[in-house]
Design a protein around this ligand. Structure first.
Ligand SMILES: [Zn+2]
Length: 195
């Protein structure tokens, strides 16, 4: 993988790869795709580095980490939401002023019609064979922005409810309630661990 990275001449992309690798652990194919998606979103929406953006990732794999480190849109600051549809796609919008209920957003996805031209990438994407990252990344580099499609749409901005802290009637622990619930989430549903 180091040999592949050495061949990259674009200093901005190199710096982005370095930052994402230090956060994600290695240059996964999905993390690389996330970097490209971030750059496309920035080009189209025109936000500055460090500007607050909101991201919805349609997969929990790899792509969120590129946006968390490059855009600072994290799970913890509510800039990142994951709706795991198992799709290589993200929706991005800029911050809007208080009271504004919709924002111009971009949805970017890895387009299988376009990945067809790159056999290893396509096979990896459709999971028709096991292709190592070392074989997919060179094709992604060659493809540039040519394997992504995007659409612009208005995104509804959710209304923020006033925070209300209650004591759960079952476990006795405090929890943030957004409605009239008297039981905390842990007492009303099971949740599994990570696998
Ligand atoms: Zn409880």
């Amino acid at each position: 993988m180091d040999e592949i990275i050495k061949q990259i001449k674009d200093p901005k992309l190199l710096l982005q790869i370095e930052r994402v690798v230090s956060f994600h652990g290695y240059l996964a194919t999905g993390a690389f795709i996330g970097i490209r998606m971030f750059n496309i979103a920035q080009d189209v929406l025109g936000f500055q580095d460090g500007e607050r953006i909101y991201v919805t990732c349609e997969t929990s794999n790899c792509i969120p980490d590129a946006f968390q480190i490059l855009a600072g849109a994290t799970i913890g600051n509510n800039g990142m939401r994951i709706v795991d549809f198992g799709k290589m796609a993200v929706v991005v919008n800029r911050q809007v002023l208080a009271g504004v209920t919709s924002a111009r957003g971009i949805r970017i996805y890895l387009d299988p019609d376009k990945t067809k031209k790159y056999p290893k990438l396509h096979a990896w994407y459709l999971n028709t064979e096991k292709v190592p990252h070392e074989d997919v990344i060179p094709e992604l580099l060659k493809a540039g922005d040519g394997v992504y499609s995007h659409e612009i749409s208005d995104i509804a901005i959710p209304v923020r409810h006033t925070k209300c802290v209650k004591m759960c009637e079952a476990c006795g622990e405090s929890f943030v309630s957004h409605g009239d619930a008297v039981l905390c989430g842990a007492c009303t549903r099971d949740y599994g661990g990570n696998v």
